[in-house]
Design a protein around this ligand. Sequence first.
Ligand SMILES: Nc1ncnc2c1ncn2[C@@H]1O[C@H](COP(=O)(O)OP(=O)(O)OP(=O)(O)O)[C@@H](O)[C@H]1O
Length: 266
Amino acid sequence: MNAEETPLLVVEKLTKHYDTSVLEDVSFTIRPRTFTAVLGPSGAGKSTLLRCILQLTRPDRGRVWFRDCELTGCGPLELRRQRSQIATIAQQYDLVRRRTALENCLGGRLSELPLWRCLLGSFPQRLQTEALEALARVQLLDVAFQRADRLSGGQKQRVAIARALTQRAQLVLADEPVASLDPQTARAVLVLLRSLCDREGLTVVCNLHQVEWAQQYSDRILGLRDGQLVLDRPTARVTESDLACLYGSERASLSWQKHSTEKHST
Ligand SMILES: Nc1ncnc2c1ncn2[C@@H]1O[C@H](COP(=O)(O)OP(=O)(O)OP(=O)(O)O)[C@@H](O)[C@H]1O
């Protein structure tokens, strides 16, 4: 088995209950350099899944491995070290609003700096250069010194992607990263994530509500319904009846049909 075939992430029988069952025996593996879309109706457990992978929410049962480390068995220090290789992108722009785009990117490397540098916001020149390069890669060099709260939604999400690059993350967990964006900007963000996956070897797991975009940009689709994994298939092999089963209606499949010839278009 070569390195490409070794899973980057393994999720085994992940289970989480609140008042009711939110995740039930969810198992899958994620290979490097792939873009996986997680689909499912509202409340299906998609966000909980990402939080359980990161151990921000502790699952009741099941195990998660990132590379060769079992995250579910990690203490706080090791978990922090492993999380430094995993970037997150949230729907509601999880940037520090009063910090510049550049400082937000540098935030992705705080874990490797001594406390005094973190407190003073004093970053070594080499890190600043890396962060500026990351901003250039997402075409945001011109706003590097602008505060995050003065950026548009699309720019904020591209800063979050630049932060992932600065962080040198291997895995990006994105929770509906385009839900707050207009369709054109949303596409631009997904195109960017897709291209980073293809060109820079990032691995992306992305919760989405738009099935047609999942088809266009992902290699593989996981479908959650009522906390259960009811679909796990290469995107090209997902059928209308899979989607009707996932959503319990024909609505998603109509949209799927309409976009079936546009895969990966920019
Ligand atoms: N901290 C919590 N305490 C209690 N219930 C919770 C908690 N977090 C999530 N839930 C419940 O778990 C279920 C799944 O929520 P989750 O946010 O994971 O779904 P989702 O698929 O991401 O939904 P959406 O697409 O609307 O964002 C929901 O019924 C939600 O109310």
